[in-house]
Ligand binder design. Structure first.
Ligand code: MGD
Ligand code: MGD
Ligand code: SF4
Ligand code: MO
Length: 715
C-alpha cells in the first residue's frame, strides 16, 4: 500500500489529507486522526477528476467571442497562438494592456504568475483574495505591518463576525472552536442571522447588516472610557491613541445601539468581556471583507487586538520571512519598472491594495532588513478590479485588451456581472486555465486544461502569511492532457523570449530552487512534510513608524481618514422609491454542497441542493404571498435573479439572503444563452460596482447590506 499526504483545495479549508492507494482502490482520510478535519467533498476525487464535463484537452473557440464553438488543438498550437496574440496586444497597446485574474490556491503556484507579468511589464493583476481575507490582511498591514494568526489553542474568548463553521466548511477551525468551547472559552457571535454557531454563543449580537464598524467603535469607546485597555502596550508600542480616543467619543453605546439595532447594555457588556479576557482572538471572517465600511470594520478589529494587549500573545504578527524563496520573492517585483508600477489601474481611485500603498512601506522594509517586496495574500500589489473592468470595456484611462483567467471564474466573482461580461466581449485575447466550461471559459478564445490538486505536487502554501513551507503530493495521474500552470507559464515565457527568468525545466526543479536556502530538496521536504523559515523582524511592526498605528499613516498618505468611522451605505437607485425595494439584501452564507462557483457538476453534491435558494423570514414571505419552494424574482434597482424561496426563521425580518456562485453547467453555453444560467442566478447580477458601492480605500464591493431588493413570485 502506498501512502501520500496532500492538501485538499476543493475549498479554501485546505484540510490535510492522507491518501492510501492499493491497486485501483483509494482511501482518503484525515491526515491527523486526532483532529479529523475532512468533509464529504474531499472523498469525491475520482468523481471530480473523471467527470465527463471536465475539459481535458486544449480548446480553441472558432466562433465569435461568446459563441463557444470549440475545436480541440494541441498544447503547442495553443501556446504558439496565445504567445503570438499576446505579443500583438503588447505591440499595439503596451504590456499594461494585459491583465491576469488568478486564484493561486486553486492551481498551486503562488508568485509564478506575477513573475511572468513582471517580465512582460504589466502591473494589472487581480485576485479573489482582494475580496476575501487579502483585503483584511492589507488593513492589518496598515495597522501593524502584517496579518495576524489567531492562537486557537490558548483562546479564552472568541469574537466571530458572521463565521458559521461546521463540518462542511472550514472543519479544522470548527474542531478548534469545539475544543475551545469545551474548555470554557466565551464565544461572542456578531451575525444578523441566528446561525447554528450563533446558537452556541454566549452572546449573540444580531446587528443590522454592515454595521460591524459601528459596533466596534462603540466597544473601543467603552474600553477607553472604562480604562480597560493595556496602558503599557499603548504607551510603548502604539501611536495615535489620543486621536483614536477623540474619534470613538463620537460613538457612545447608545448611538451605536441605535445604528446597529441592538441593546446599549449588550454593547457595554461584550466590550468588557473581550477586554478583560486573558487570550482573546478575533479570527478572520469574510463578513467584514465585502462591506462599504470594510476598511473601518477591519481597522477596528486591529485596534481592539492592539489596545487590549493581545498582539503577539494570542494573536501573532509574523511579518515577512526569510529562508526559502517565498511566493513574493519568486514574483520578483523588482523586475517591473517603476513607470509600469505607476500605471497600475486603481492607484488613483482605490489604492490600498495597489503598488501605491506598497510603496509606502519601503522605509519600514529597509529599516527591518527585508530584502524583497512582500505580498501577504496575493493582494499587496494588485490593481483595482472595478477600474480594471472599466479599462477592459474601453472606458480608459488606457485600453486593456487581453486577460488570462487562471483557476478563477472572473465573470461571476465580483459585482456588476453584466459589466464584466461587456469587458470580456471587448477583448482581443481571453485565456482560461480551467477544469470546466465555466461562464468565464465560455467567453474565452482558449480554454487550457489544468490539473487538479490530487494530480500535482505542490510546494505550499500559496501565500506568505506565515513562515512555513508545506508539501502536497500528487497521488493521481492528470486526466487527458491536463497540465500544471508552470508548464503554461514556462511555455509562454520561452516563446516570448524571457526564458532566462524561467530556467527551471519543471516544477520539481522550481521547488528545489525555492527550498535551496533551507538546505533541503523537494524530495526531502516530501519526507518531512513541512519546513519553517524565519520572520525577518520577529515581534516588531513593519509599519512606517515601527509602531502599531492606531491612526494609520498609510491611509493618511493615500488621502483617506487615518481613523475608523461608520458611514451609512448608499443605494441611489432606490432614492425616492424606498417602498418599492423594502428588503435589505446580503450575499453570503455559503452553500454547503458547493464551493463558490465550483462543484455544481458533481451529481452527489448537487442532489443535496439542486437549485439556488434565497432565504426570507416567514412573516415577510406571508406578506408577499410567497410560500416555501417557489421560483421567485429577486430584484434590486440594478438587476435581477431568479431563485427558489426558502422560508427561514433564522433570517431577520426585512432582509433577504441571496446565494453566491450559481450557474448550471447542464444548461446552454454562450453569451446569447445567458452563460449557462449564470446571468439568471448569480449574485453578481444584483450588486453594482459603482464607486458609491465600494469601500473607498480598497475598492471592494459592498455585498453586506446597503443594497435593497423586492421579491415577487415568478409568473
Ligand atoms: N461548503 C462550502 N464551504 C466554504 C465555501 C463554500 O462556498 N462552500 N466558501 C469558502 C469561502 S471562499 C469563504 S470566504 C468562507 C465563508 O464562510 P463564512 O465566513 O462562514 O461565511 P458565510 O458562509 O458567507 O456566512 C456569512 C455569515 O455572515 C453573516 N453576515 C452577513 N453579512 C454580515 C455583516 O454585515 N456583518 C456580520 N457580522 N455578519 C454578516 C451572514 O448572516 C452569515 O451567517 O467559507 C469557505 N468555505
Ligand atoms: N459576487 C460575488 N463575488 C465574490 C464573492 C461573493 O460572495 N459574491 N465571494 C468572494 C470570495 S469570498 C471568494 S473566496 C472569491 C472566490 O473566487 P475564486 O476562487 O475564483 O472562486 P471559484 O468560484 O472557486 O472559482 C475558481 C475557478 O477555478 C477552477 N478551479 C478550481 N480548482 C482548479 C484547479 O486546480 N486548477 C484549475 N486550473 N482550475 C481550478 C474552478 O473550476 C472555478 O471555475 O470570490 C469572491 N467574489
Ligand atoms: S472542507 Fe472539505 S472540501 Fe474544503 S478543504 Fe476540507 S476536506 Fe477539502
Ligand atoms: Mo472567500
Amino acid at each position: 500500500m502506498e501512502t501520500k499526504y496532500a492538501t485538499c483545495v476543493f475549498c479554501d479549508g485546505q484540510c490535510a489529507v492522507k491518501a492510501e492507494i492499493e491497486g485501483d482502490r483509494m482511501r482518503v482520510l484525515p491526515a491527523n486522526p486526532d483532529f479529523p478535519a475532512l468533509c464529504s467533498k474531499a472523498t469525491m476525487i475520482d468523481e471530480y477528476r473523471l467527470h465527463p464535463d471536465r475539459v481535458a484537452v486544449p480548446l480553441k473557440n472558432v466562433g465569435a467571442r461568446g459563441e463557444a464553438q470549440w475545436q480541440e488543438v494541441t498544447w503547442d498550437q495553443a501556446l504558439d497562438e496565445i504567445a503570438e496574440r499576446l505579443q500583438a496586444v503588447v505591440d499595439a497597446h503596451g504590456p499594461e494592456a494585459v491583465a491576469f485574474a488568478e486564484m493561486p490556491l486553486n492551481m498551486g503556484f503562488g508568485g509564478i504568475t506575477r513573475r511572468f507579468m513582471n517580465c512582460l511589464g504589466t502591473p494589472n493583476y487581480t485576485a479573489p483574495t482582494q475580496l476575501c481575507m487579502g483585503n483584511t490582511a492589507q488593513v492589518n498591514r496598515a495597522t501593524y505591518g502584517w496579518f495576524v494568526s489567531s492562537g486557537w489553542a490558548q483562546a479564552d474568548c472568541i469574537v466571530y463576525f458572521g463565521q458559521d463553521r461546521d463540518g462542511e466548511r472550514w472543519p479544522h477551525e470548527y474542531l478548534a472552536l469545539n475544543a475551545a468551547l469545551e474548555r470554557g472559552a466565551v464565544l461572542i457571535e456578531v451575525d444578523p442571522r441566528e446561525t447554528v454557531t450563533a446558537k452556541r454563543a454566549d452572546y449573540h449580537l444580531r446587528i443590522r447588516y454592515g454595521t460591524d464598524a459601528a459596533l466596534m467603535l462603540g466597544w473601543i469607546n467603552v474600553i477607553i472610557a472604562e480604562g480597560l485597555y493595556d496602558r503599557a502596550f499603548v504607551e510603548n508600542s502604539c501611536i495615535g491613541f489620543d486621536e483614536l480616543a477623540e474619534r470613538v467619543a463620537e460613538y457612545p453605546p447608545e448611538r451605536v445601539a441605535e445604528l446597529c439595532g441592538i441593546d446599549a447594555e449588550l454593547v457595554r457588556e461584550t466590550a468588557r468581556v473581550y477586554a478583560r479576557a486573558q487570550a482573546a482572538i478575533i479570527p478572520w471572517g469574510v463578513a467584514g471583507d465585502m462591506q462599504r465600511n470594510s476598511t473601518s470594520m477591519v481597522r477596528c478589529q486591529c485596534i481592539l487586538r492592539a489596545i487590549c494587549g493581545f498582539l503577539n500573545k494570542s494573536e501573532t504578527v509574523f511579518g515577512p520571512s526569510l529562508g526559502g524563496v517565498t511566493n513574493a520573492q519568486l514574483a520578483a517585483f523588482d523586475l517591473l519598472p517603476p513607470e509600469k508600477r505607476a500605471l497600475q489601474l486603481g492607484v488613483d481611485t482605490h489604492p490600498l491594495l495597489t503598488f501605491k500603498a506598497s510603496n509606502l512601506y519601503r522605509s519600514a522594509l529597509e529599516r527591518e532588513g527585508v530584502p524583497y517586496e512582500p505580498d501577504i495574500l496575493g493582494e499587496s500589489c494588485a490593481c483595482d478590479p472595478a477600474t480594471l473592468f472599466a479599462a477592459m470595456r474601453g472606458e480608459g484611462p488606457y485600453p486593456v485588451k487581453a486577460v488570462f483567467c487562471v483557476a478563477n471564474n472572473t465573470v461571476m466573482s465580483y459585482a456588476n456581472q453584466p459589466g464584466i461580461v461587456d469587458a470580456f466581449m471587448n477583448q482581443d485575447l481571453v485565456v482560461a486555465f480551467e477544469h470546466w466550461m465555466t461562464p468565464t471559459a465560455q467567453l474565452s478564445d482558449y480554454v487550457l486544461p489544468g490539473d487538479m490538486w490530487a494530480e500535482r505536487d505542490v510546494l505550499g502554501p500559496q501565500f506568505d502569511l506565515a513562515p512555513v513551507f508545506s508539501c502536497s503530493q500528487a497521488f493521481r495521474e492528470p486526466v487527458g492532457e491536463c497540465k500544471n500552470w508552470y508548464y503554461v507559464v514556462k511555455g509562454l515565457a520561452d516563446r516570448l523570449g524571457f526564458s532566462v527568468h524561467f530556467p527551471w525545466a519543471d516544477e520539481d526543479e522550481l521547488y528545489d530552487f525555492r527550498l535551496a536556502p533551507l538546505g533541503i530538496t523537494w524530495d526531502e521536504l516530501a519526507k518531512q512534510g513541512r519546513a519553517t523559515t524565519k520572520p525577518v523582524a520577529p515581534g516588531r511592526f513593519v509599519t512606517p513608524s515601527g509602531k502599531v498605528e492606531l491612526a494609520s499613516s498609510v491611509l493618511a498618505d493615500l488621502g483617506f481618514d487615518p481613523l475608523p468611522s461608520y458611514e451609512e451605505p448608499a443605494d441611489p437607485g432606490r432614492e425616492g422609491r424606498a417602498d418599492a425595494f423594502p428588503y435589505t439584501i446580503f450575499a453570503g452564507f455559503r452553500e454547503r454542497p458547493s464551493y463558490n462557483t465550483n462543484l455544481h457538476q458533481m451529481e452527489a453534491l448537487r442532489a443535496r441542493q439542486p437549485e439556488p435558494q434565497f432565504f426570507i423570514n416567514p412573516a415577510d414571505a406571508a406578506g408577499e404571498g410567497v410560500v416555501d419552494g417557489v421560483w421567485c424574482v429577486v430584484e434590486t434597482a440594478y438587476g435581477q435573479v431568479e431563485l427558489l424561496s426558502k422560508l427561514d426563521e433564522a433570517q431577520p425580518a426585512g432582509t433577504l439572503r441571496v446565494p453566491h456562485g450559481w450557474w448550471k453547467p447542464e444548461t446552454a453555453q454562450g453569451v446569447a444563452a445567458g452563460l449557462s444560467s449564470a446571468n439568471l442566478h448569480n449574485d453578481g447580477m444584483l450588486f453594482p460596482d459603482a464607486d458609491w458601492n465600494l469601500d473607498p480605500a480598497q475598492g471592494v464591493p459592498n455585498l453586506r447590506g446597503g443594497i435593497h431588493a423586492r421579491v415577487r413570485v415568478k409568473e
